[in-house]
Design a protein around this ligand. Sequence first.
Ligand SMILES: [Mn+2]
Length: 318
Amino acid sequence: MRHTVIAHGDCDGVISAAIYIKHYLKDLYPSYVTVGFTQPWRASNEIRRLCDDQCTSLTILDIAIDKEIFSSLIDLVMRGVDVYIIDHHATTKPWIEKLRELGVKVLWNKATSTPRLMAENLSLTLNMYEKMLIKVADSCEGSEADEEIITNIADSIKLAISRDPSDLKFLKEFLDLMVKAKSVEDLEKLKRKAYIGKLLLKKLIEKIISNGEIKGNTLIVSMKAAESRLFAGLFGIAATEVNKMLKKDIVIVRDEETKIVVTVRSLVGSALKHCENIVKVLGGKYGGHNEAASATITGYSIDKVVKIVREIIEKGSE
Ligand SMILES: [Mn+2]
């Protein structure tokens, strides 16, 4: 008998895992709980891997549902696994009824962050530490916090995670710290990672602005494979910053060797639409929110993707 929790490996994903574990799995964690963090594009494989024969129940937090994930859930439901999904991504919405038909429990709405969604819908009694975490999660997802301390903690967490989103050891350390209600500022590794992250972010922002090509109200920029490796998870944060700075939609197309990833930020809410249009032409997957979305494409060169993106943006601004 094991419970598996799989959360998005980002700031609000890890915080939602901490709150979930504290409120629902307190007596079972860590001995009877498997925790995993993933990115949406590899989530279906991670679900299969982490919810193995021992796994009797699965909670998926802050992960946008797509066809592959849906298909992996069918297999689990057939095995008798109880599945529970808590998420706030717009692209999950079309799957809700289908999931419920399968017998999957779904909690979804468009809250700022997944922890906020949990706080508002699960009638949890939250202590002051958890209330602070929820504000941090909202700030990580882009909402303006009124206290500077919240913004600072959120920025450090985002930078530390984004420096290397595949560092699962760090994500788990951070999760345990929150489950024990320890001060986030005490995690030395977080401070170190945030410091390097901040330096790299500054460079990346400069690069986006200086190399970007302006098309109407949109800035398009492409990044080579070496740049993708160096800046890893920082593209989303950098795109959001430049979006606010220039008040222009931002489209970053980057070469990740085995795939091309397009990150879009839009203050006027066209990010998801742009990603949908790109995938319509080139195939692949997309997901996210109207203000912040991304698409993953395989089988095309970066030059080809940039060309198509440029055409879609031009068409959209006509
Ligand atoms: Mn998230």
